[in-house]
Design a protein around this ligand. Structure first.
Ligand SMILES: C=C(OP(=O)(O)O)C(=O)O
Ligand SMILES: [Mg+2]
Length: 426
């Protein structure tokens, strides 16, 4: 294997026009690996912390020059000389240099950029695709694309409380077909909205962002689009949501659809939705601090629908262990920048999978053309990926990479399909 010879970081732009970190790692065999770091808007309280400089002249104090400098000054001196295949050692070294629980000193954006670029360089040096290098010979499962085609909450300038309304093409025979079905529904939804005089403007993840009278109205419009595109809701294409409930919860009260609700009332609301719609997955149904509410909700709905923890678990193995111990959900959203290294991301996935929890690989609302998560979804055989609408290059870059991976796997490729949601009764 080859050793790490040089690290270079730079400030680039993400899909919201905000600065983010990109890192290049050069090995002594001439190989170069590059990775760009994503950034969230509805962030969990306990996420690893990005480093942003306070200079008001640089993006109003949101620049990443300090993180870029940290790669050269704080990380490079310790990381240079490692064999690039020693991912775990490199990541442990960076965690130790930072010395905090949340990577806030050096910056999770600096650390993650190096971590992912090292993996990319090592894969390149080994002449392997990233999914094969990280996943080994068993990487073969193509995930169901959970396509967010209607955006609300913190990702849209509309009155819709729920952040993400997704379609899951569970009945497709392949990933490629799933993407085509999703894109057809996306276009059908545009027409449905247009015909009703509703806005076809887009939210942060490329989904439409109309003003609607209720969250049910969003689900109804999507069902109409699925049917208009020639597919059968529930059989061909199921529904999923990310409520991102921490965003509309204040001191245990949910400010929802113009009224106030308790956790138990929100749970009853979701139970109604599950009874009326072909929903396979609900993410962040309650506030990130409400572990008891999560456990009660999972007891009530967990055999009918996947309950995914995002803000509550923040891809953190310690929190995932607590979720397993208390049955606080049955699935985990996996975001590389919530925890800040590839090693810890893989630990989070292994822990969840080893305890019967499902994993959904995920983008952030602020993305770049980087496609690492597409490879990680296949490397971990996790069976589900959410990376926005089937439109806008920052989102389709991941779907397109998965189409390439499926082609490369050839007859070994298996599309996860309905098997990704074993609890779904159809
Ligand atoms: C992708 C999400 O949004 P963000 O990146 O803003 O946290 C999410 O909440 O799942
Ligand atoms: Mg979420």
């Amino acid at each position: 294997m080859a050793t790490i010879d040089a690290l270079l970081a730079r400030e680039i732009l993400d899909s919201r026009g905000n600065p983010t970190v990109e890192v290049e790692v050069a090995l002594d065999d001439g190989t170069v690996g590059r990775a760009a770091v994503p950034s969230g808007a509805s962030t969990g309280q306990f996420e690893a912390v990005e480093r942003r400089d306070g200079d008001p002249k640089r993006y109003g104090g949101k620049g990443v020059q300090d993180a870029v400098d940290a790669v050269a000054e704080e990380l490079a001196p310790h990381v240079l000389g490692y064999d690039a295949s020693e991912q775990r050692l490199v990541d442990q070294e960076m965690i130790a240099i930072d010395g905090t629980d949340n990577k806030g000193r050096v910056g999770a954006n600096a650390i993650l950029g190096v971590s992912l670029a090292v993996a990319r360089a090592a894969a390149e040096s080994a002449d392997l695709p990233l999914f094969r290098y990280v996943g080994g010979p068993n990487a073969h499962l193509l995930p169901v694309p959970m396509m967010n085609i209607l955006n609300g909450g913190a990702h849209a300038d509309s009155n819709v409380d729920i952040q993400e309304f997704m379609i899951a093409p569970i009945g497709a025979a392949s990933f490629r077909e799933a993407v085509r079905w999703g894109a057809e529904v996306y276009h059908a939804l545009k027409k449905v909205l247009h015909d009703r005089g509703l806005s076809t403007g887009l939210g942060d993840e490329g989904g439409f962002a109309p003003d609607l009278e209720s969250n049910r109205a969003a689900l109804d419009l999507i069902l109409e689009a699925i049917t208009a595109a020639g597919y059968t809701p529930g059989k061909d294409i199921a529904l999923a949501m990310d409520a991102a409930a921490s965003e509309f919860c204040e001191n245990g009260t949910y400010h929802f659809e113009g009224g106030e609700k308790t956790a138990a009332e929100m749970t009853a609301y979701y139970a109604d939705l599950v009874a009326s719609y072909p929903l396979v997955s609900i993410e962040d149904p309650l506030d990130e601090a409400d572990w008891e509410g999560y456990a009660a909700l999972t007891r009530e709905l967990g055999d009918k629908v996947q309950i995914v923890g995002d803000d509550i678990f923040v891809t953190n193995p310690v929190k995932i262990q607590r979720a397993i111990d208390t049955a606080a959900a049955n699935a985990v959203l996996i975001k590389v920048n919530q925890i800040g290294t590839l090693t810890e991301t893989l630990d989070a996935v292994s822990l969840a999978q080893g305890s019967g929890f499902r994993c959904m690989m995920s983008h952030r609302s602020g993305e770049t053309e980087d496609t690492t998560i597409a490879d990680l979804a296949v490397a971990t055989n996790c069976g589900q990926i959410k990376t926005g609408a089937p439109a806008r290059s920052d989102r389709v870059a991941k779907y397109n990479q998965l189409i390439r991976i499926e082609e490369e796997l050839d007859d070994a490729a298996v599309y996860a399909g309905a098997g990704a949601f074993p609890r779904f009764k159809g």
